[in-house]
Design a protein around this ligand. Structure first.
Ligand code: GLN
Length: 252
């Protein structure tokens, strides 16, 4: 009887050791990155109610780069300012959200190579006679939290004599202008162009402000391999035509 017990014990020990080994290997191979994005910033990311999925240039570039480099990720479309906050808090590995590369942001983020060039532009109601910053005196400018447009609006408000009103997303600031609660905003050129093309009752005024590149970003000093894979994947999809195909799909 004792012998049988000893034998069973031995078998159990070997079996559990084997299980441990397998588990460790699986964990090493199955790193799934959490990537966060904006939730309403077409043509870069927007919710497609027909499919129940987020679509856009950023979504497709991310998928193409991950496929090229062979890594797994989950995408969470949480909004622009929340996305940046999640990366800074260590609750997400990276952000792709039409995010402009700036020296100020480089202090707290590491960026990939730029993947798209854009800038901001002044936006007013379709029937507005506001023609320049000088016409904003006494007016209210809508801002989107955490963006370059908001930074520009806030930096110029004292000089031009307007106030600002903050919103969480792009659509909220467009709506505030359309319904007359605000008079203008500063939005990314390509994004407002896409909205107007799709029937949003706004118009742009003047030239592109601050032309600069969008980048994929991680919290400074974290996930260096992810930045490397993004850069390598981006170079490959530019080389093999996939990048151009994605831009063309969204009318760029
Ligand atoms: N490109 C702008 C920025 O980085 C806006 C980004 C966004 O609203 N998703 O601030």
């Amino acid at each position: 009887m004792k012998k049988i017990f000893a034998l069973i014990l031995a078998i159990l020990m070997v079996a559990s050791l084997a299980a441990c080994g397998t588990t460790t290997t699986d964990t090493d191979e199955a790193k799934v990155y959490t990537i966060v994005s904006d939730n309403a910033f077409a043509p870069f990311e927007s919710f497609d109610s027909a499919t129940g999925e987020y679509v856009g240039i950023d979504m497709d570039i991310m998928a193409a780069v991950a496929e090229d480099q062979g890594f797994e990720y989950n995408m969470m479309n949480v909004g622009f300012d929340p996305a940046l906050a999640k990366v800074q808090a260590g609750q997400a590995d990276a952000v792709i959200a039409g995010m402009t590369i700036t020296d100020e942001r480089r202090e707290i983020f590491d960026f990939s190579e730029g993947y798209f060039e854009d800038g901001q532009v002044m936006v007013v109601a379709k029937d507005s006679d506001i023609d320049s910053l000088d016409d904003l005196s006494g007016k209210v400018v809508a801002t989107k939290n955490g963006t370059m447009g908001a930074e520009y609006a806030n930096a110029n408000k004292d000089q031009y004599g307007y106030t600002t009103k903050a919103f969480e997303g792009s659509n909220e600031q467009y709506q505030a202008i359309i319904n007359g609660n605000c008079d203008a905003c500063f939005e990314d050129y390509t994004v407002i162009g896409d909205a107007i093309k799709n029937g949003v009752e706004l118009k742009t005024v003047g030239e592109k402000i601050n032309p600069s590149f969008y980048g994929f970003a991680v919290k400074k000093g974290t996930n260096p391999e992810l930045i490397e894979m993004f850069n390598a994947g981006l170079a490959n999809i530019k080389e093999n035509g996939k990048y151009d195909e994605i831009l063309a799909k969204y009318g760029m």
